[in-house]
Design a binder for this molecule. Sequence first.
Ligand code: SF4
Length: 234
Amino acid sequence: MKYVLSKSSYIRSLQCLKSLYFYKFNYKDRDPISPEQQAKFDRGHTFGKLAQQLFPGGVDVSPATPFEYDLSAQKTQSLMLKQQSVIYEAAFIANEVVVALDILIRKSGLLHAFEVKSSVKISQTILNDAALQYFIITEAGYELEDFSIIHLKPDYKELPADNVKALFTEESVKEWCISQRTYVKEHIEAAKHIIQKKQMPSVEQGEHCNIPYPCDFKNICNKSNSFDAGSLFG
Ligand code: SF4
């Protein structure tokens, strides 16, 4: 199954289409990752693993490398045919986009999707992420009874770390996801267009370069603004 966009490259494209272009065609020119950013990723991974204990006994279909999500999607498909009750990192591909969902459970024959976040509240980026996942999973042919965000309770630091149920809370965002279908579909097309054309879009630097994340292509972006783009990035 072919895909050209992932969840992270889609979220990147919402922030800046030029950043998506660099990610696809100038990946080696990425700025080094800061220790703070790395710590954020590690924290997300740790809480993601912890939240799996809320739904024990699942099959983990995480890919061995970031280039093998097609295999994860195939494994997911076969587990779905077998009515597997809990899947971690279930992958789905539709409209040339791949998404991997933290936890998928089947309860009384109905599918419930959960995305785990290591924050205490639901940000706009988390909502955008959920809207994309909902769109792709349903486009791949699976009906979702619900889609929820599992996140930390505001007072989680005072709670016993070994009581996983006490640490997390969950909130349904299904209605939001449904309301975003047209927007998601159109933005996927805009992002794919950048990739297909292989032409660097013209985007001025500004406040968006740090919202929601500090852009990791600032260095090459500065150069692209100083020189003739055609000679550098043809
Ligand atoms: S530095 Fe700003 S304008 Fe340049 S690619 Fe990054 S987000 Fe886009």
